[in-house]
Write a protein that binds this ligand. Sequence first.
Ligand SMILES: [Fe+2]
Length: 454
Amino acid sequence: MIWFKRLTKYLLMVLLGLLVLYAVSRLGVVYFTSQLEGERDPYIQMTNASGVILRWQTREESIGSVRLGEHPQQLDQIFSEPAASRLHQVKIGGLKPDTTYYYAVSDTLGGQAGGTESYHFRTSPPAGVPRPTRIWVMGDSGEPGPILTGVRDSMQQWVDQHPRAGYPDIDVWLSLGDLAYRSGTDEQFQKSLFDTFPEQLRRVALWPVYGNHDARRWTYFRLFDLPEQGEAGGVPSGTEHYYSFDYGAVHFVMLDSEASANAPDSDMYQWLARDLLKNKSQWLIAVFHHPPYSKGSHDSDIRRGSNVAMVAMRENILPLLEGAGVDLVLGGHSHMYERSWLLDCHYGDSTTFGKNRIVSDGVNHLNAEYIKPLQNTPHAGAVYVVAGSASKVDQGPINHPAMPVSMLEAGSLVIDIEGNQLTTRFINDRAEVKDMFTITKQDGYTSGYAGCAP
Ligand SMILES: [Fe+2]
């Protein structure tokens, strides 16, 4: 039997060697496909009331600089990098709030970009100061192609046809995650994001949350500068995985449902509790990739695979958000559109959903009007939206009882906030508004909602 023992030992060693080889080659693939390569036009990051970060890429190392001014013909402020790099990053501060700046970038090897009227950005208004705010929300935009460009152009057409005097076409741009299919590689980000949205990237900061496909490589965190130190308002999170920021009267909390723990003893939960306690903004919007309610291409009742995150966010995070008076909760992951009633306190699966969890049915489902008290009130109801169809539509039963409006449509959201009213429109890839709802905050309003008790 000695020969048998030797053979077993030999086979185990071969198996172990193959496993090590596979792990090393896999790590190599992840490493090399996560490197930022090639040239990239300037893109805006991390806008706040006094500045932005400008990023761009060149093929050779050089020292980059930015020329900046309030008029396209007069770029008289200069900001330069301290050292040569391929991945240029210029942090610009000391600017006026809510002001449009034009810019051009150049480098010591003679490269240039910008300097025309389309290269401009606008600093944020001071936190807490209400001003009309237009938010564009795209979910699961990772598949380049005609659906994604149709969604992009439909949004652009709608905002161009509905301008707001004195304000830009978009103030805030949110991603619900899964920006680059299938694996979040640098090349995939190039196609689905940089090649598809050059006009938007050069003038509006993109604020993303981490999706499961983004998490397959390291590119995501290399491409984005996210405010882990509270640079744009909110309590510092100490990580780019989750963060918050302010824009006028709106506070955004951007959570990581993919790779960060969310139980009450977790860092993210504890940070969120501190952040929400400090928040005094009139409007509160929460964003994370895995939606708490969905019967789309993912099912929030199933406790397996990537659905587990949907259940965990619902059970752990929703009570915290609703206790802080959240108005709107946005998610993707399911590749379709679903929109809830004004809801509160539903933390179980869909079979346990009852009408007693509906704070308001909005009267007309396809043009719903929801009302909340003017003062921030815990458990006054929130609307939950799944909008994971910016680049593809998948199949699903779309029959979650919390979601009176569900459709297999590609599209994105345009949200307008003006004073006491928030209006959300779902615009499909043929420029049709397929759903709309408003949330209005009224002084002295009390709903007939009986509260969280069963
Ligand atoms: Fe996803």
